[in-house]
Design a protein around this ligand. Structure first.
Ligand code: XMP
Length: 446
């Protein structure tokens, strides 16, 4: 069987095949330059000798297993790639699957086509059809509730379910009070107008705020938000049944737009560490009263967008930048209160407005705006001293959110955003830019 090991998989192959993996103290995180020593090899055929690769390793392979041809090295990884065509074994220390590994896609293609002799058959059309069929088989004639946030994931998930079971579907938009300015209205108008789905807006603002009172720990916040989400849906399900007087077809299914990266980062993949509990995976309560329909659970965001276009989801929704389910709750570092939400909402609206005006929406993957609510610094505005909060801008470029780099937003755009926020949001007297890639930072601050 052809095998391709990446990163930890690469090291696991070495361990299994008799090479050496050691803690050399030379970890590499983020963009790294690799020297390809054999550009005629199966993986690197026709590629340059020097290429940018995305690394995330603490241990390194210091000695390749017998029979392996070493084909690349980096400053912190003397053995950074190898292959053995006879046994069809291949490996690289870096992450070829992320866009920041410049020739990563070519390396993967070379493995699949040449190393494993496979042809490519994936198309958005095939996948959309398959997912529609799967949902139809899964839910039968039951009623289905879809958690609709207004973002691309839940919109595409809803579109798949709508195609599968039509008016058995009711969408619920929970307004948890952690939304950005104008978001609730956008869901109410844009999405419903485009798709004609049956939508209930459930106002749970009070419920979330009181559940979050006094909480500062990020994981606790995520768990609380996950739990309250489900409680709100359970209530919405009862409302749907009541409205329709349809006790015979209770709502058994809850559709969620969970993606593969959410599953992996919540510790759902085999051997994966829990980085943070995405509200829709690790944050779910144990006594959940629904079964989940998660048609996008094995897809990445770029694939979801392709499937969305295939299903005629409007482009304005398909290309929306990601916004996390726990919303502004995980962008206030410190306790979440109504006043703090109001400050952040105003700052965020300015940043979004200016990035859009500069035509940068499609260049930037997303730009979290973060309020450091427990930090204050001294400033001067007019003739007076201020003691206000900093706002962090976190614009990132990415393809799937598993890795990211900070976006080089033009200085004049940053200056406009900073000037407007400090002038228009009285409580903020400093705007700072986050220049950290992922890894080591995550995209959101919590
Ligand atoms: P991190 O912060 O893990 O974020 O680098 C990766 C991507 O996931 C989004 N994100 C979430 N999305 N529920 C979501 O629906 C969540 O709990 C959640 N946490 C993070 C984040 O905005 C980024 O796009």
């Amino acid at each position: 069987m052809p095998v391709f090991g990446m990163c930890y998989g690469f090291q696991a192959m070495v361990q299994a095949l008799g090479g050496t993996v050691a803690h050399t103290g030379l970890g590499e995180y983020g963009s790294t330059q690799a020297d390809v020593t054999d550009t005629g090899s199966t993986l690197f055929n026709g590629q340059p000798e020097s290429q940018s690769v995305w690394m995330s390793h603490g241990d390194s392979v210091t000695e390749a297993p017998d029979g392996m041809r070493v084909t690349a090295s980096t400053p912190g990884a003397p053995v950074a790639a190898f292959e053995d065509d006879d046994r069809r074994l291949y490996g690289v220390q870096w992450h070829p699957e992320v866009m920041h590994s410049t020739f990563g896609q070519r390396v993967l293609e070379n493995f699949l086509r040449k190393g494993a002799s496979l042809e490519s058959e994936w198309t958005a059309g095939n996948v959309a059809e398959e997912l529609v069929e799967q949902v139809r088989a899964q839910v039968g004639s039951d009623r289905v509730l879809c958690a609709l946030s207004g973002g691309v994931d839940s919109a595409v998930a809803a579109a798949i379910v709508q195609r599968a079971v039509g008016d058995q579907l009711t969408c619920v938009h929970v307004d948890h009070g952690l939304l950005r300015a104008g978001e609730r209205e956008q869901v109410e108008s844009d999405f419903v107008d485009a798709t004609g789905v049956d939508l209930i807006v459930y106002d749970a603002r009070e419920q979330f705020l009181s559940a979050l009172a006094g909480v500062t720990d990020p994981e606790t916040k995520r768990k609380i938000i996950g739990r309250e989400f489900i409680r709100a849906f359970e209530q919405a399900a009862r409302d749907v049944v009541e409205d329709r007087g349809d006790d015979e077809h209770p709502v058994r299914w809850l559709v969620q737009g969970t993606l593969y990266p959410d599953v992996v980062e919540s510790g759902g993949g085999e051997g994966a560490a829990n980085i943070k509990s995405h509200h829709n995976v690790g944050g779910l309560p144990d006594d959940l009263q629904f079964q989940l329909v998660e048609p996008l659970r094995s897809l990445f965001k770029d694939e979801v967008r392709q499937v969305g276009l295939e299903l005629d989801v409007p482009e304005a929704i398909v290309w929306r930048q990601p916004f996390p389910g726990p919303g502004l709750g995980i962008r206030i570092i410190g306790e979440v209160t109504a006043d703090r939400l109001d400050i952040l909402r105003r700052a965020d609206a300015i940043a979004r407005e200016e990035l859009t005006a500069a035509g940068l929406d499609r260049d930037i993957w997303q730009c979290p705006v973060v309020l450091l609510a427990d930090v204050r610094s001294v400033g001067v505005q007019g003739d007076g001293r201020t003691y206000g909060h900093p706002i962090v801008l976190r614009p990132v470029s990415s393809e799937d959110a598993m890795t990211a780099d900070w976006s080089r937003v033009p200085y004049d755009v940053l200056a406009t955003i900073s000037g407007r926020i400090t002038n228009e949001v009285r409580e903020v007297n400093r705007v700072v830019l986050d220049v950290t890639s992922k890894p080591p930072g995550t995209i959101e601050w919590e």
